[in-house]
Design a protein around this ligand. Structure first.
Ligand SMILES: *Cc1c(COP(=O)(O)O)cnc(C)c1O
Ligand SMILES: [Zn+2]
Length: 451
């Protein structure tokens, strides 16, 4: 981290600094690298789609994350994603139609944005000769790692998940792709603590977002947003916050582009927590924790975690991808919030599911955690923080099919089923439910139901 200044060689497998204990950043000596004079440089790569590194939505931007020679970069075709202009969701959020965009990362090969980061971390793992890679996961990181292992056959995947805390869509991916899958008794934070110990003991490469190369890959989500907006900078980027890898990566992406003179200004950042897993909101908005050039009072966070443990409070939200107590990238996210003049909000599971139904009926659909971005944008418009004429990009982090349980429960007319799945999360109503129509097996009745 900049405040410390210690550096480590690229070939070393490590995630934290010995001197200050912080996570590492990938730093480039831009003066010695070939940086394009303008972002439109990247468009010429569209013409060479037969080259997998030009086809990849990550490696197409290789010049902006040049930690490995391009021919050594691993790709499975990630990053073919879409910035979708959704007037329907704009109206729901309170933004002028035509000004709200949904960056749909569910189109990635494993169905979530995690593939952007995995392409980069996997590349580094191969550089250092790793034969096994591991992660703790709420589901999507493990699905992504398992996919990269199965497609490339370069490594074996070892996956740690908390018991009962993973949606079947995601678990089925890890199993189908042949990963060694360990279900630990406990939640994500427990699994995270264990996977670090195990990787150290057995010399396994760790691909969680403590891995700085993950964030390099995730920068490209923002490059593609700019590309879709014809290289203009929107007013706001709104994303869900779990381990805060994405928000940290977005900050680094814009900061570097700005430093390189490739964009005139940075957008603002809004990170949205689920109310049941609101560590960042609590620390940033309520307790005033700030980056402060790396000299932030991190004791504020330590005290908060102590209180949380003393009260035995655990993250609890049906947006399982962001059900996290101790976000590993907290410090880097504070830095991103500082750079991008950011705000943090929390939204309830009820707000998340309502927003998700709107994304489904007005766009490409998403999993619950992704809809936090839309619910958060709506809240910020209502507060007057985001103005209705501003250009807003909400990141849809994962595919709609990742978690069908929540979706089906929301739309059901079976109240007992609704209560069983959603009631425990304080979801009481489904104003945007699209109920299946029950009809007898009778032609006249079916025709009547359609008319
Ligand atoms: C991982 C994940 C998140 C959280 O992202 P962070 O970078 O950990 O903050 C949000 N949504 C989905 C679908 C995810 O898979
Ligand atoms: Zn350090």
């Amino acid at each position: 981290m900049p405040d410390c200044g210690a550096t480590y060689p690229l070939e070393e497998i490590r995630t934290a600094c010995d001197r200050c204990g912080n996570l590492l950043d990938v730093a480039y000596d831009w003066d010695r690298l070939r940086v394009p004079a303008s972002l439109s440089f990247f468009e010429q790569k569209w013409a060479i789609r037969s080259d997998p590194h030009c086809f990849s939505g990550v490696w197409r931007f290789h010049e902006l994350l040049p930690f490995a020679p391009v021919e050594k970069c691993v790709t499975v075709g990630e990053g073919q994603t879409l910035l979708h202009d959704s007037p329907a969701v704009a109206r729901y959020v309170g933004i002028r139609p035509g000004r709200l965009f949904l960056q749909y990362e569910g189109m990635n090969p494993s169905g979530s944005f995690k593939d952007n980061g995995m392409a980069a971390a996997f590349t580094h793992a191969r550089m250092v000769g790793a034969r096994r890679a591991a992660c703790a996961s709420t589901g999507n990181t493990s699905a992504s790692l398992a996919l990269y292992c199965s497609v490339t056959q370069l490594m074996k995947a070892v996956i740690f998940i908390g018991s009962g805390k993973i949606s079947h869509g995601k678990l089925s991916q890890a199993l189908d792709y042949g990963a060694l899958t360990l279900q630990i008794e406990g939640d994500f934070d427990d699994a995270m603590a264990r996977v670090k110990e195990v990787c150290k003991r057995l010399g396994i490469y760790l691909v969680n977002s403590v891995n700085p190369f993950r964030l390099e890959g995730q920068k490209t989500i923002m490059f593609r947003v700019l590309e879709a907006l014809r290289w203009t900078v929107p007013n706001w980027i709104v994303c869900p916050g779990g381990n805060l890898g994405n928000s940290s990566a977005f900050g680094k992406a814009f900061y570097e582009l700005h430093q390189l003179g490739l964009i005139p200004r940075m957008p603002r950042l809004a990170v949205i927590n689920a109310a049941g897993a609101n560590t960042l909101f609590e620390l940033y908005e309520r307790r005033g924790l700030r980056w402060n050039e790396g000299r932030g009072e991190m004791g504020i966070a330590d005290r908060y975690y102590q209180e949380m443990d003393a009260a035995r409070r655990r993250a609890d939200t049906l947006a399982s991808a962001i059900e996290i107590n101790r976000p590993v990238n907290l410090t880097k996210c504070l830095r991103a919030l500082d750079w991008m003049h950011g705000v943090v909000r929390e939204v309830s599971d009820q707000e998340i599911l309502n927003a998700k139904a709107q994304v489904g009926s007005g766009g490409l659909g998403c999993e619950p955690a992704s809809a936090a971005s839309v619910a958060g944008a709506k809240k910020l418009v209502a507060e007057g923080v985001i103005r209705p004429d501003e250009q807003v990009v909400c990141i849809l982090t994962g595919h709609q099919l990742k978690d069908p349980t929540a979706t089906v429960a929301y739309h059901t007319d079976d109240r007992a089923h609704f209560e069983k799945v959603l009631g425990s999360r304080n979801v009481r109503e489904a104003p945007y439910a699209n109920r299946a129509v029950h009809v007898p097996n009778d032609l006249a009745a079916i025709v009547e139901a359609i008319k």
